[in-house]
Design a protein around this ligand. Structure first.
Ligand code: DQA
Length: 145
């Protein structure tokens, strides 16, 4: 089983950016924890981060036939990107959306997600644990398929 973890814009700045919302942890450290959990769950895992919408669309398209599941934090593109939503729909790879912060308790514009309706589900508000819960959830989902 191969899982792809995609992170959108500005998530490369975790650790120095808006610590109240996102915690102190860096993306590198989150990925390290995900790698350890993947080993425990006996699945393969790969990582991709980009600040560019088109590069994320390309990555999702190219994931077809290679990855069985996707965990995505689309960051600000969550609230703007029909292109990401269409890419997830097009490849039909089971996808889980994650957010560090609880997007439903923040500004009004963060409450709507273009991508969540085409995902299996959304995990938000648990800081780095959103990713770890997301990995457990996608693996369980794929095992049940
Ligand atoms: C985020 C929430 C988004 O609204 C924001 O633009 C981000 C991070 C989160 O993980 O909480 O960059 O996706």
């Amino acid at each position: 089983m191969k899982i792809l973890v995609i992170n959108g814009p500005n998530l490369n700045l975790l650790g120095e950016r808006e610590k109240d919302n996102y915690g102190e942890i860096t993306l590198e450290k989150i990925n390290e924890e995900l790698k350890n959990l993947a080993k425990e769950l006996q699945v393969e895992i790969d990582f991709f981060q980009s600040n560019t919408e088109g590069s994320i669309v390309d990555k999702i398209q190219n994931a077809k036939g290679i990855f069985d599941g996707i965990i995505i934090n689309p960051a600000a593109y969550t609230h703007t990107s029909i292109a990401l939503r269409d890419a997830i729909l097009a490849v039909k790879i089971p996808t889980i959306e994650v957010h560090l912060s609880n997007i439903h308790s923040r500004e009004e514009f963060r409450k709507y997600s273009y991508t969540a309706p085409v995902c299996i589900g959304q995990i938000a508000g648990f800081k780095k644990d959103s990713y770890l819960l997301g990995l457990r959830a996608i693996v369980n989902h794929l095992k049940e398929c």
